[in-house]
Design a protein around this ligand. Structure first.
Ligand SMILES: *Cc1c(COP(=O)(O)O)cnc(C)c1O
Length: 391
């Protein structure tokens, strides 16, 4: 691995501080590095690989599509995209889909759609967006502009204008920012990179009401918490509400780069031919992956596994909170869990890697658990054993 890492350091831009592991292949919930060492995976490529690695049922859908056609452009129709859009419409309870190649592009599209809706309604382009502190929506300039983490923004200003920030789970702080120029409120249903903070019932329902009362577009970013991770297909289902736009990516293609923004009929209607576009977005290859992903969710009752095994995972993580005085609390829903330390977690994470467990952080003091959705109680037991050894 050392040789590969030395080569990488010569040619890759130094935008990441990577862990010194070179992965070679995966099988189920295990990963293998180029030196042949095995790791139990509780990161899933950052909440992406829902079904684990080397899954023949998933892989065969990609292989079959490669031999038919991979790409056509959006100047024409293709069957996998139509089928995938139908499945996404059904799963979200919304009306229309725009396919992107990543999460950040889904956010860009959602912002553009909300601005266009405002423009059609008011005939002016002076709209504002309310976003949340400690949020994360991606690294392109628009998405970065609604990401409430100054450390990511500072060097890249000027960002897009008209963005103001409220405090997550503080409804009054949102109300205080609403005015006649507010076009959209954007938030993660469960904050991910900002430290695994679930929204309270009162907050999500309150924001929905503010949007209803003022004809403001509610954008829920479910790029990380959507696609079954919290035990429902979309986390907003826990609250009995729907957004006007939802953004999806990460586990949507389970490894094939694909995202989407999905809107209800009222808001979608603002999008007209020529308003937005992408060369790759929704190509047959990516959409073949999306189709197989939805089929496998149903066939293998993935949500049921998430609910059952995550209850056990929570129980086991709670025991660690009791056992170690430097672990302050557990937060999260389903298979999106965090352990809050009162000190940096980086050394523990490195120890876990040494001991054959892949876990990641979300902020300096939070250990994040976003395993493949197919893990069993035995996998949880094994994870806890390695984690305790590392702690
Ligand atoms: C990962 C993530 C994004 C950005 O997605 P990319 O595919 O990395 O561009 C946006 N929002 C949330 C909530 C995310 O977790």
């Amino acid at each position: 691995m050392k040789n590969y890492i030395n080569e990488a350091d010569e040619v890759l831009m130094q935008a990441y501080s990577r862990f010194p592991i070179v992965f070679d292949y995966g099988k189920g919930v295990n990963l293998y590095d180029t030196d042949g060492k095995e790791y139990l995976d509780f990161a899933a490529g950052i909440a992406v690989f829902a079904f684990g690695y080397g899954n023949e049922e998933y892989n065969s859908a990609l292989k079959d599509q490669i031999d038919k056609i991979i790409h056509t452009s959006n100047l024409f129709y293709n069957v996998p995209a139509i089928e995938a859009a139908k499945k996404i419409v059904k799963a979200t309870g919304l009306s229309r889909v725009f396919f992107t190649n990543s999460g950040t592009e889904a956010i860009e599209g959602a912002i553009k759609l909300a601005r266009k809706y405002y423009y059609e309604k008011n005939g002016t382009n002076d709209s504002q967006i309310i976003a949340m502190n400690d949020s994360f929506h991606g690294r392109s300039i628009g998405a970065l502009s609604v990401t409430g983490q100054p450390k990511y923004q500072e060097a890249f200003k000027p960002l897009i204008g008209g963005v103001v920030f409220a405090q997550y789970n503080d409804l009054d702080s949102v109300k205080a920012l609403v005015n006649e120029k507010t076009s959209a409120i954007i938030l993660e249903t469960l904050q991910g990179e900002g430290g695994i903070h679930p929204a309270t019932d009162e907050f999500i329902k309150g924001v929905r009401k503010i949007c209803d009362d003022n004809d403001i577009v509610l954008i829920l970013d479910e790029i990380q918490c959507g696609m079954g991770r919290t035990g429902k297909m979309f986390a907003y289902e826990h609250y009995g509400i729907k957004p006007d736009i939802v953004t999806v990516a990460k586990a949507l293609g389970c490894g094939v780069p694909v995202g989407a923004f999905v809107a209800n009929e009222k808001v979608s209607a603002a999008m007209k031919p020529g308003d937005h576009g992408t060369t790759y977005g929704g190509n047959p290859f990516a959409c073949a992956a999306v189709n197989r992903v939805f089929e496998m969710f149903e066939k293998h009752d993935i949500l049921d596994n998430v609910c059952k095994v995550s209850a056990y995972l929570e129980e086991k993580l709670n025991e660690l909170v009791d056992e170690y005085d430097f672990i302050v609390e557990r937060r999260g829903k389903g298979f999106m869990q965090g352990l809050q330390f009162n000190k940096p977690v980086i050394d523990t994470i490195k120890k876990c890697h040494e001991n054959g467990l892949i876990v990641i952080s979300a902020g300096a003091n939070l250990m994040r658990f976003v395993p493949p959705l197919i893990i069993t109680k035995e996998d949880v037991d094994k994870m806890i054993e390695i984690l305790k050894k590392s702690l």
